[in-house]
Design a protein around this ligand. Structure first.
Ligand code: BTN
Length: 329
C-alpha cells in the first residue's frame, strides 16, 4: 500500500499503544467517525495489528516504535553531526539504495555522508540478486552516500569495513556475540542478523560515489520470512534493549562514520585485524562456491584489500567478492 501522510499520522497517534477514539482518528484522517474503520483497514496490510473496542476506540497493542529524525539526530555524536550532510527519513521506498542511486544519477549529485532511511522497502535488495525483506516499522533499512575521488580502487575492502562498523554498533547496543561471515554478513550463531549492499554511481576510474546500504533485523516478523532459505535472527531475540530503533539507527550511523574516518585514513588495512577478530570462519574448514567452480579449504583470513584467503590443498588462494558463496564445511 501507499503509505500516505494521513495513515502515517494515524500510526503516529496510535504508536503509544493507548486507546484513541474514533473521533480523534477521524479528525486526523479527515473523515467521519463512521468512515474511520474502512480507512484503518489499511494498517492491516502493513502488518500493524489494530484492535477496536466499542466505547474505547482503537489501539495498536504494544504500540509501534516509529523512526524519528529528531530522536536519531539527538543521539548522534558531535563528530558524526559534523560529517553528516543530510539525514532523510522517507516512510516508504522501493529501496533506499535505489533512491540514492537515482538521485546521484539524475540530480547532479549528492554530498558525501547523505543518509536515507526508510520504514519499509517494497523492493529491498540483497546481495547476489536476492530480495531483502523489509516490512514496515520492524527493522532498520538505510543507505549512505560516500564520495571517493580515486574511483573504485579506493573502495577496496569497503564492504568489510562496514561490517566492522555494524559489529561495533551492536556491541554498543549490548550484543557481544555478533560475528562476520566474509564478505559482510552479520551473524549471530550462524543465523543472519543483517547485511551490507554497496552499489556504485559515477566514474569507476575517477570521481564516484559508493551507496552503502545496511539492513538489520530488529524484530522481523516470522511471516515476512517464509520464503527465506537461510537461518535468520532478529536483534530482539538477542538483546533486551532492541525496542529503541532510533537508538539502534544512531549507533549504526555513529559507528559507520567512525569506521569511514579510519578507512579514509588507512584503507581496509587499518581494520583488517578487527575484521578477522569478528570472523566466524577464521581457521575453520569452509567450502566456497564461485559461478564456475567450488573449493574446499581452510580460511586463513582476509588480505589488506579484503579478499578472502583460503588454504586449498596446501596452497594459499585469494578470492575477491562478487558472486561467491561461503559456508562452513
Ligand atoms: C545482503 O544481502 O546481505 C545485503 C542486504 C542489504 C539490505 C539493505 S536494506 C537498505 C539498503 N537498501 C536495499 O535495497 N538494500 C540495502
Amino acid at each position: 500500500m501507499n503509505l500516505n501522510e494521513k495513515i502515517l499520522a494515524v500510526i503516529g497517534l496510535l504508536s503509544d499503544g493507548e486507546f484513541h477514539s474514533g473521533e480523534e482518528l477521524g479528525e486526523v484522517l479527515g473523515v467521519t467517525r463512521a468512515a474511520v474503520w474502512k480507512q484503518v483497514q489499511a494498517l492491516e496490510s502493513l502488518g500493524v495489528k489494530l484492535e477496536s473496542v466499542r466505547g474505547k476506540g482503537y489501539r495498536i497493542e504494544d504500540g509501534v516504535d516509529l523512526l524519528d529524525q529528531k530522536a536519531i539526530h539527538s543521539k548522534l555524536t558531535d563528530s558524526t553531526k559534523e560529517k553528516l550532510s543530510h539525514l532523510e527519513l522517507v516512510p516508504e521506498l522501493a529501496s533506499t539504495n535505489q533512491y540514492l542511486l537515482d538521485k546521484l544519477n539524475t540530480s547532479g549529485g549528492l554530498s558525501s555522508a547523505h543518509i536515507c532511511m526508510s520504514e519499509m522497502q517494497t523492493a529491498g535488495r540483497g546481495r547476489r540478486g536476492r530480495t531483502w525483506q523489509s516490512p514496515f516499522a520492524k527493522n532498520i533499512y538505510f543507505s549512505c552516500v560516500w564520495h571517493f575521488e580515486n574511483g573504485v580502487a579506493g573502495m577496496e575492502g569497503l564492504s568489510l569495513a562496514v561490517g566492522v562498523a555494524i559489529v561495533r554498533a551492536l556491541e554498543k547496543i549490548g550484543l557481544k556475540k555478533a560475528s562476520l561471515k566474509w564478505p559482510n554478513d552479520i551473524l549471530v550463531e550462524q543465523a543472519k542478523l543483517g547485511g551490507v549492499l554497496i552499489e556504485i554511481a559515477g566514474d569507476v576510474a575517477g570521481d564516484c560515489d559508493a551507496v552503502i546500504g545496511v539492513g538489520l533485523n530488529v524484530s522481523m516478523p516470522e511471516e515476512a520470512m517464509t520464503e527465506v532459505d537461510q537461518p535468520w535472527v532478529s536483534l530482539s531475540q538477542c538483546v533486551s534493549r532492541a525496542t529503541d530503533r532510533n537508538g539502534i539507527a544512531a549507533a549504526l550511523i555513529n559507528c559507520l562514520f567512525e569506521v569511514m574516518k579510519e578507512f579514509e585514513r588507512g584503507g581496509f588495512a587499518a581494520l583488517k585485524n578487527e575484521w578477522e577478530s569478528y570472523c566466524t570462519h577464521l581457521g575453520k574448514g569452509v567450502s566456497l562456491q564461485t559461478p564456475s567452480e567450488s573449493f574446499e579449504g581452510r580460511m586463513l583470513g582476509v588480505s589488506e584489500s579484503g579478499s578472502l584467503r583460503l588454504e586449498v590443498n596446501g596452497e594459499e588462494k585469494e578470492f575477491l567478492g562478487g558472486e561467491v558463496s561461503l559456508r562452513a564445511r
